[in-house]
Design a protein around this ligand. Structure first.
Ligand code: ADP
Length: 506
């Protein structure tokens, strides 16, 4: 049993039933971060799984009474960032997977989901009910619609900035009060999930990557099924192609012609889900050029690859394709493969068309053993030169620490998010000994350029929060003031995003 008051466990059980209070060693293991170098650092005390908003409120009140820290998760599949594990060891995971209601407003193209609704659940619901709305899914789509949006996850369609599609939240505050944001603040509002703002300050953003509330319903805009989806899959041969490719695509991104975020990834991003390292070499040192070339040849991939898609009426999509072709005219492309999907065709089956997949999880097998990875994702201005410089500096650090470079640059409307993964084998103690120092040096390297991360693993939330240092970390002071006001007992997700309740601050 866990180390805190058994009376708290009994109180939780009296509200949700003892079968939904989980505090055995097996339970604690199940809710750990299985990708973490040391799972014990963030070991939870156990988990409680309420089925309704009222039960969430009751649990929050008990947590205040017994001063028990709660760590809310929707589906807890946030691997690479902590999975279901809390920042603070001994927290109780508040598992919301049993809350699975879906309400679709077909006419207006919105959905209201409870936290337990996974991407596969919502996809199946829309398909089974023949509702012509598309979802946007992240590469690993086994998580939840709400949890992913709240952590500012991304997808590949025009609706791929998931936090930006949020429209209206229902939130249990740390004292158990219940609020609805935006127009939902008016009882029975028919525009809660249709209009982004309400009256007065807007609060939706404050519940993303925060520990200020537990979201129990989340409104989200969905893409009306397009008439056509067309695009190109491009491959490029040389590491140095990164810069000009970004400078070619970005003007079309800024102008609004391209309305999704093309993500240019290196060969390992593609290869690590299709093969394992030991198939190619038994040498633990850096991969030789000949190995990289052999892998690329087998899978027919460039050093960099990018997929671009247009969504909408066929005439417009076709015209957009011509503009894209013109932009790449006479450029040194290794290959380009056109794609075209028309309404009525079988689903293309990829995240580019909003179909959930989980095969990218296979990259955990790259090194063999018990695999895992941690994400390092700084945000930089959308310039080819800066991307090249970022690539070279990061590549050099991967080499210094003897790790295989795994990177992508996602082109937002006005920024680049450089998502890197450090793939590892947890059973290789020597390799694991290098990961932490490498990660810290990467964060410091980005900070020296003025770049911060868009998201980070629970191990590094303090480290990353520290880098947001304008005016002596004024943002932290603001966050702490809000935290103290809303959560005086500090029961909700202590340490999330570097926000600690009073009494627990360094
Ligand atoms: P997923 O369901 O995609 O696996 P997680 O449940 O792992 O996502 O959650 C991702 C992050 O968002 C975690 O840090 C978690 O604490 C936070 N989070 C998830 N769901 C909620 C929620 N309903 N309310 C508040 N924070 C949440």
């Amino acid at each position: 049993m866990s180390d805190f008051n058994p009376a708290a466990w009994r109180a939780f059980a009296s509200v949700i039933g003892s079968e939904w209070v989980m505090s055995s060693d097996d339970d604690r293991h199940a809710y750990s971060d299985h990708y973490a170098a040391d799972e014990s650092t963030h070991a939870p005390a156990g988990a409680v799984a309420p089925a309704s908003v009222e039960e969430v409120q009751a649990i929050v009140r008990i947590a205040n009474q017994f001063k028990v820290p709660l760590w809310p998760i929707s589906r807890g599949k946030n691997f690479g960032y902590g999975g279901s594990a809390p920042v603070m060891k001994g927290s109780v995971v508040l598992d919301l997977t049993r809350m699975k209601k879906i309400e679709v407003d077909q006419a207006n193209g919105t959905v209201l989901v409870e936290p337990g609704v996974g991407f596969f659940d919502l996809y199946d619901y829309l398909q089974n009910n023949k509702i012509p709305l598309w979802i946007s899914v992240p590469g690993n789509s086994w998580g939840s619609v709400a949890g992913n949006a709240l952590d500012r996850g991304v997808g590949y369609t025009s609706y791929g900035d998931h936090a930006a599609q949020i429209c209206g939240l229902e939130v249990v505050l740390p004292d158990g009060d219940l609020v609805r944001t935006g127009m939902g603040a008016m009882a029975n509002s028919p525009v809660w999930n249709l209009h982004r703002y309400g009256f007065g300050p807007s609060w939706d953003g404050m519940f993303c990557q925060s520990n200020f509330g537990i979201v129990t319903k989340l409104g989200m805009w969905l893409m009306p099924e397009p008439e056509a989806v067309a695009g190109y899959d491009f491959e490029f041969d040389q590491p140095d192609d990164l810069g000009w490719v970004i400078d070619t695509i970005m003007p079309l991104r800024r102008s609004g012609l391209i309305r999704q975020s093309p993500s240019i990834g290196n060969w390992l991003r593609s290869a690590a889900v299709m093969t394992t390292r030991e198939e190619w070499t038994s040498d633990n040192g850096p991969l030789s050029e000949s190995v990289v070339t052999a892998i690329r040849k087998r899978f027919n991939i460039g050093w960099w690859s990018v997929q671009i898609r247009f969504y909408g009426e066929e005439e417009i999509v076709q015209a957009s394709m011509r503009v894209l072709e013109r932009a790449f005219d006479n450029k040194p492309i290794l290959s380009k493969v056109p794609t075209m999907w028309r309404r009525g065709d079988a689903p293309e089956g990829t995240p580019m068309t909003g179909v959930p997949v989980s095969f990218p999880l296979a990259n955990a097998n790259w090194h063999g053993g018990r695999g895992g990875h941690v994400g390092y994702s700084p945000v930089l201005p959308p310039s080819g030169d800066l991307a090249m410089a970022q690539f070279r500096r990061t590549y050099a650090l991967y080499e210094k620490y003897g790790m295989d470079y795994h990177a992508s640059f996602a082109m937002g409307e006005r920024s680049l998010t450089n998502v890197n993964q450090i793939l590892y084998n947890k059973d290789d103690a020597e390799m694991m000994g290098r990961v932490d120092a490498m990660f810290r040096e990467l964060v410091a390297d980005a900070k020296a350029q003025g770049y911060g991360e868009y998201r980070t693993h629970i191990d590094y939330m303090d480290l990353v929060a520290e880098t947001f240092d304008f005016n002596g970390n004024a943002l932290r002071r603001l966050n702490e003031r809000v935290k103290d006001a809303l959560d005086p007992n500090g029961i909700l997700a202590p340490g999330k995003s570097g926000i600690w309740p009073k009494g627990a601050r360094a």
